[in-house]
Design a binder for this molecule. Structure first.
Ligand SMILES: Nc1ncnc2c1ncn2[C@@H]1O[C@H](COP(=O)(O)OP(=O)(O)OP(=O)(O)O)[C@@H](O)[C@H]1O
Ligand SMILES: [Mg+2]
Length: 471
């Protein structure tokens, strides 16, 4: 499990990459230092050899002696440099003199090296087996008048170089793994710290999965990636909870709405069946039943329309529709209803009013609005239906204003909600279920339009629909 976590993977790759970098760096450091130390040693013994060779070139009788070598070294270097072994040979390769520190040991010289010296070339060699550490030896010919007259050999133990490199190796061997260890612990700590909020989110999501939609993460940090994730998550859950509540309310309201006519229906039928009645009475009961059935059919139809619209199943066949003509039709059809209620229904149109839409739906929209106007305006009032095309803003405005009861400010927001009715008791008398305006809102939005309401309690209301013009 642990090996599959992000924090492990992050830390692992972090440490691997750092490991590669540190190892490369260490190797580079080691070899550069090794090279420079070896070169330094070669330069030192070569310089010593050159100094001795130039002192030897003076008119010498016999070959240089042991005393000579020591004396030259003391003269030129102050004191005999410790750790330098000097050996002077004649042209045939016999030892002529050497520094006292060599005692009776002889620095070996190969035929190959002798031959190189005879050609006037300098040779560097590493000779093993002369002590604990190998000896680095330079073999330098003494040239006089273009002829090799002798050879100087200066040797020095590589102990210093080897020891320094060994030390470095040990330091790196401890330091690199130690650095990697610290890094992995630190990396794990940091990754853990950075990812802990993700665990929090997971936990909340799990609780929500068990059905508790009221859960929120409510993370304090908002400005980093995870904070934003948590905030987005919270927003999403809030919306989810909201629509979940809506569905719940909708179902409850719908069942309630259907239950009332059903109860009435049942009551009437029961009463009818209690005893034998005459034909006229049966007819009255059945007529009343039919009313309730009609009512339920209307509700079910509205519900179906809305739920299909929610699921996006209601595809609207669009065509060029003249809103003003549609509105005039509604106005004519509702004259009777208005007159019956003693309400004056007026109509006005102006300008180019064609839109791209579904005529039946748009008619339903106008009808619902005008019906509402008549329904919520007392006798003696007025309802005015107005359609106005405005090329400037590219929309057609449809206004239904009445001089009716009006809507309270706090209810304005909710009149478009499903099943919302300001006065439930009175609405039932007039036959409303509170679905009309939600259907209007859906129709307006499906036409890329908007619906708004302005109202003052006791004075009247104005519903305004705007739909884009079609040229
Ligand atoms: N013109 C209006 N004047 C005052 N109140 C209104 C007006 N139009 C709507 N309302 C209020 O808004 C509520 C919702 O209206 P909506 O048309 O959605 O439902 P309804 O008319 O009650 O029922 P139906 O589903 O039959 O249309 C109404 O119950 C009423 O209280
Ligand atoms: Mg209505």
């Amino acid at each position: 499990m642990f090996f599959k976590t992000i924090k492990f993977k992050l830390t692992f790759w972090y440490v691997v990459i750092l490991g590669i970098i540190l190892t490369t760096f260490s190797l580079f450091l080691y070899f550069t230092l090794s090279d420079s130390l070896h070169r330094g040693l070669d330069n030192k013994i070569k310089t010593t050899a050159e100094v001795i060779a130039s002192s030897m070139r003076s008119p010498l009788g016999g070959g240089p002696t042991i005393a000579d070598v020591d004396r030259i070294m003391t003269e030129h270097f102050g004191i005999r440099p410790l750790g330098r072994f000097v050996q002077v040979l004649d042209e045939s390769g016999r030892v002529g003199g050497k520094s006292t520190n060599l005692r009776n040991v002889k620095i070996p010289i190969s035929v190959q090296t002798l031959r190189e010296a005879a050609r006037g070339r300098v040779t560097f060699e590493t000779i093993k087996g002369m002590g604990k550490y190998p000896l680095r030896v330079v073999t330098l010919p003494i040239i006089e008048n273009g002829r090799m007259v002798g050879i100087v050999q200066v040797g020095s133990s590589v102990e210093g170089v080897v020891e320094a490199l060994h030390q470095l190796f040990l330091i790196l061997l401890i330091a690199v793994p130690a650095a990697l260890l610290v890094t992995s612990v630190g990396g794990l700590f940091l990754a853990n710290k950075a990812l802990r909020p993700v665990d929090e989110i997971t936990q909340t999501a799990r609780r929500i999965g068990f059905g508790d939609l009221s859960q929120r993460i409510r993370m304090k940090r908002v400005n980093d990636e995870i904070g934003r994730l948590a905030a987005t998550f919270d927003e999403m859950i809030a919306k989810l909870e909201e629509s979940f509540q809506q569905v719940k309310r909708f179902t409850a309201d719908a069942s309630h709405e259907l239950k009332t006519p059903l109860t009435i229906l049942r009551g009437e039928v029961e009463v009818g069946l209690k005893k034998k009645r005459d034909l006229g009475e049966y007819r009255r009961i059945l007529t009343s039943n039919l009313e309730e059935i009609d009512r339920m059919s209307l509700i079910v139809e509205d519900l179906l329309t809305l739920s299909r619209a929610d699921m996006g199943e209601l595809k609207m066949e669009r065509e060029k529709v003249d809103l003003s003509r549609l509105a005039r039709g509604v106005w004519e059809d509702l004259q009777l209803l208005a007159q019956g209620k003693g309400v004056l229904l007026k109509f006005m149109d102006d300008g180019f009013t064609k839109v791209d839409g579904a005529p039946l739906r748009l008619r339903q929209l106008i009808l619902n609005l005008v019906e509402n106007g008549i329904k919520y305006t007392p006798s003696g009032g007025e309802v005015e239906l107005m359609v106005k095309g405005d090329r400037g803003s590219g929309v057609v405005r449809l206004e239904v204003s009445d001089t009716g009861v009006g809507i309270a400010q706090e209810d304005l927001e909710r009149v478009f909600d499903r099943f919302f009715r300001v006065d439930k008791a009175r609405s039932r008398e007039t036959g409303g279920t509170g679905l009309g305006l939600s259907i209007c809102k859906w129709i307006a939005q499906a036409h890329q339009g908007q619906i708004e309401v302005q109202s003052e309690l006791g004075k009247g209301s104005t519903f305004t629909v705007t739909i884009p013009l079609k040229n």
